[in-house]
Design a binder for this molecule. Structure first.
Ligand code: GLY
Length: 397
């Protein structure tokens, strides 16, 4: 990075982001805000071709991570990112000219059986141990918050810091915000190969100082040196995890909060209510299985009766991208100057602002955040010499 700054003082750094999902777009905005020239490449013909628009938009730092002893670094990242979301939502709304339906209503977690009550208690204890706000609720208190609950709800928790957005609106506002900020959004560009050298040469002939890979469940582009020799990024292949969900028309007496049970979630937006989701590891197809959709609806309707008859508006499958240890890849790859922001699995929307902050710090200041150390993209790379400098200076020499 030092080499870049000393040789290109007058011209801003140029960064290509490959992937226009929530991760790539958040990074693009953060870089642009800090004065970088940015172009975003995406294989889709318009925004929303990938998994982001198929997500539920729950920002559930407490629900997802409070009880996760194996993934403490990820829990910390999730919590930090959750705290960055109010500011990101306000920024994208201001620059993008409209709402993303950012909601701080909190999430409810509901138990229907004795076993689930035990699970709920361990989640509450984990929240308390980690300083995450949580309130225990009786069945009567739950019904006051959600009058549509059936008698199935024995007790629950309110996680007041868990938030949500509407991912489709987030994408729309990001698109407008980035265009207005001067970021080039290049759709219909499937980037298969990038040539490294003094700079990175993209297939459309544009040159950049850095490349950010935010390609989700898709295979990352291949890299070659100036004479055509392959360069190895050392990244593992993404592992697809298919998730099916459905959207029901908003009906009177329907849910008001994000609601989790052990096996289903309900995420009400103003235009519809989302119910999800299956977790099908290793599957990358978009097929919708009507039996799986019916099971999801039935589980949701056990809890909120009116959902049994609410008209179905749509059902779909999205492909979450994960990694061999189910933690993301955030930081420099084995190719200096090529940075990964991949493998966010079930929490891409939640983790977007923290990922963008880490990647921007790294690209602009050469700083590796202590929060990012656990997500080093080279942790699965046994195949070659791993550069120790996070600066990426090698490409300028
Ligand atoms: N974050 C919810 C899901 O992946 O289904």
């Amino acid at each position: 990075m030092a080499a870049h700054n000393s040789t290109r003082k007058a011209t801003p750094l140029r960064v290509a982001v490959v992937g226009a999902g929530i991760i790539g777009l958040s990074i693009a905005l953060e870089l642009r805000t800090r004065g970088v020239e940015v172009a975003v490449y995406d294989r889709g013909l318009e925004l929303g071709a990938g998994v982001t628009i198929r997500a539920a938009g729950m920002l559930g730092a407490a629900f997802e991570w409070a009880a996760e002893d194996e993934q403490r670094s990820l829990a910390a990242l999730a919590r930090h990112s959750g705290m960055l979301w109010p500011d990101l939502a306000a920024r994208v709304e201001r620059l993008g000219g409209g709402s993303v339906e950012f909601s701080r209503e909190g999430a409810l977690v509901v138990a229907r059986t004795a076993a689930e009550t035990e699970w709920l208690e361990s989640l509450a204890a984990a929240c308390q141990a980690r300083g995450l706000p949580v309130s225990r609720l009786t069945a009567a208190q739950l019904t006051r918050l959600e009058p549509g609950f059936t008698g199935q709800a024995r007790g629950g928790l309110l996680l007041p810091d868990d938030q949500q957005v509407d991912p489709a609106l987030v994408l729309q506002r990001f698109g407008a915000a980035l265009s207005r900020s001067g970021v080039a959004l290049k759709f219909g560009r499937h980037v298969e190969r990038i040539v490294g050298g003094q700079q990175f040469l993209m297939p459309d002939g544009e040159r950049f100082d850095r490349v950010v890979l935010a390609t989700g469940a898709h295979t990352v582009p291949g890299f070659v040196g100036p004479r055509g020799a392959p360069l190895q990024s050392g990244l593992p292949e993404p592992i697809p995890v298919k998730g099916q969900m459905l959207a029901l028309a908003t009906v009177s007496g329907g849910p008001r909060h994000v609601i989790h049970t052990r096996d289903v979630y309900i995420a009400p937006k103003s235009r519809w209510t989302l119910i999800g989701a299956t977790v099908e590891r290793g599957r990358a197809d978009a097929a919708v299985d009507r039996d799986a959709i019916a099971r999801l609806r039935a589980k949701a309707a056990e809890l909120v009766g009116v959902l049994a008859d609410a008209p179905e508006v749509s059902a779909w499958a999205g492909v979450r991208p994960t990694t061999p240890d189910d933690a993301p890849l955030i930081g420099e790859t084995a190719i200096p100057g090529v940075v990964a922001a991949l493998g966010h699995y079930r929490n891409g929307v939640l983790l977007a602002p923290a990922t963008a902050e880490i990647i921007a710090d790294q690209i602009i200041d050469g700083k590796v955040s202590p929060m990012a150390v656990a997500f080093d993209p080279r942790r699965f790379d046994n195949g070659g010499e791993v550069p120790h400098s996070p600066s990426g200076a090698g490409l300028d020499s």
